[in-house]
Design a protein around this ligand. Structure first.
Ligand SMILES: Cc1ncc(COP(=O)(O)O)c(C=O)c1O
Length: 443
């Protein structure tokens, strides 16, 4: 294992960071001083030539790795043809082809329509509007710990950190938050030792629907099938199936926010497929175009029944992003990356589960495919949150040559490119364990 000692940030990185701080919004919250110079696959190099393994895939974005040659070629070919033609006002081939492809890989039986956006947040905004439009209702259910973006509508659901909402009230009215199905850290009492999914949904039906809002006023339930920023939390199998049933019974739109969990990340095209549940509306972004800005709202044809002019976007579905999106799906299919994601993901989960036995501060290892979270605690019995410890591990791993990011209160996430090799995974996990050992010695 190569752990070249590095002095970080190096001189060039330092100078970029200084200039960045002088001119860029102080709201950017960088975890450590990594200054990107170039990337290939799951390896990246900083401004001073230091090499790192990118266990984040950007931020769950580079589905096919950094600068996959086929994706780059598709972007170049499209750039030579034209850079812009607003899909809101005119037609072009790549936008149609990508929508056709998304219909092919939809996680539901009914055919779908697609609306393209620039980002995940914009996709969430559109999904909220669509749910209101279709149902004629106003209210929504969201989940504690959820992250759906920072625009006003999306922000009214986001509740993974109070800082995201601080000083921005009032947000969109009509969103009621309920606990997520987080079996490792249940916040609802469970005296009968039920499946925790049932505890949460009993609360929805017996408390929220009975005392706060009738289900017939609810337009949609917006949920991440696997929670991302909130801690890479995997709900129980039962939870999602019963949630679907509740939505069906009351005519509520089940909106799967697959911005982080979709596009093959869990080894299925969509994370919700892991639960054998069909959503009504899906939001996608991040991995969909391997790094170019693109989002999508994908909905049952019977649901996306709005009229011309009711929704549009100048840049949403721009030609370069659509070309990159088509190439991304093509690479995932041609290179068998769904199966590879499952294989490497299962392997990483096994390695991490063994690591958990060796380390007093690893409380939980969870995930599906290459969407893996490791939750740190100061005490395994009390499950004491270990936020600073997790941050220390991330910082130490950076110094040793691997990029990780935190999530939730004290978890570290792994969302590398879907084509990361087993060899690089091994190298990154060895660095991860070294960082844990060192950080534990400092407790
Ligand atoms: C589940 C989920 N939804 C929405 C968003 C917002 O996406 P964007 O940052 O592209 O606006 C994110 C971003 O992290 C996300 O993880």
């Amino acid at each position: 294992m190569a752990t070249v000692p590095m002095i970080l940030p190096g001189q060039l990185a330092q100078s970029w960071i200084k200039r960045d701080h002088a001119h860029l919004s102080p709201s950017y919250a960088r975890a450590y001083p990594f200054v990107m110079d170039r990337g290939r696959g799951s390896e990246v190099w900083d401004a001073d030539g230091n090499r790192f393994i990118d266990m984040n895939g950007g931020i769950a974005v580079t589905a096919t790795g950094h600068s996959h040659p086929d994706v780059v070629q598709a972007i170049k070919d499209q750039a030579d043809r034209f850079l812009h033609m607003s899909g809101t006002d005119f037609y072009f081939d790549k936008m149609v082809q990508l929508a056709e492809k998304l219909n092919d890989i939809r996680p539901l039986k009914e055919e779908v329509y697609t609306f393209f956006t620039n980002s995940g947040s914009e996709a969430v905004e559109v999904a909220i509007k669509l749910a209101r439009h279709f149902t004629g209702r106003q209210q929504f259910i969201g989940f504690q710990g959820g992250f759906h973006g920072r625009t006003m509508g999306a922000l009214s659901f986001t509740s993974s950190k109070a800082i995201y909402r601080k000083n921005f009230a009032p947000s969109m009215p009509g969103v009621i938050h309920i606990p997520y199905c987080y079996p490792y850290r249940p916040i609802l009492a469970n005296p009968e030792n039920k499946d925790y999914g049932d505890v949460v949904l009993d609360y929805l039906e017996e408390v929220v629907f009975a005392q706060m809002v009738t289900p017939h006023e609810v337009a949609g339930i917006l949920i991440e099938p696997i929670q991302g920023e909130g801690g890479y939390v995997v709900p129980t199998q039962q939870f999602m199936a019963r949630l679907r049933d509740i939505c069906t019974r009351h005519g509520i739109m089940l909106i799967a926010d697959e911005v982080q969990s979709g596009m093959g990340r869990t080894g299925r095209w969509w994370a919700i497929e892991n639960f054998d549940v069909e959503p009504d509306i899906i939001t996608s972004a991040k991995g969909i175009a391997s790094g170019l800005p693109l989002g999508a709202v994908i909905a049952r044809k019977s649901v996306m029944n709005w009229r011309p002019g009711q929704q549009g976007s100048t840049f949403g579905g721009n030609p370069l992003s659509c070309a990159a999106g088509l190439a991304t799906i093509d690479v995932i299919e041609r290179e068998g990356l769904l199966q590879h994601t499952l294989d490497v993901g299962d392997y990483a989960m096994d390695v991490l589960s063994e690591m958990k036995e060796r380390h007093a501060t690893i409380g939980d290892v969870r995930g599906k495919g290459l969407m893996i979270g490791v939750e740190f605690v100061l005490d395994k019995v009390k499950k004491t949150v270990a936020h600073d410890h997790a941050e220390n591990i991330v910082a130490k791993a950076f110094e040793k040559g691997a990029l990780f990011l935190g999530c939730g209160k004290s978890s570290i996430r792994m969302s590398p490119a879907l084509n990361i090799s087993r060899q690089l995974t091994d190298e990154a996990l060895a660095i991860f364990e070294d960082a844990i050992t060192e950080a534990e010695a400092e407790l």
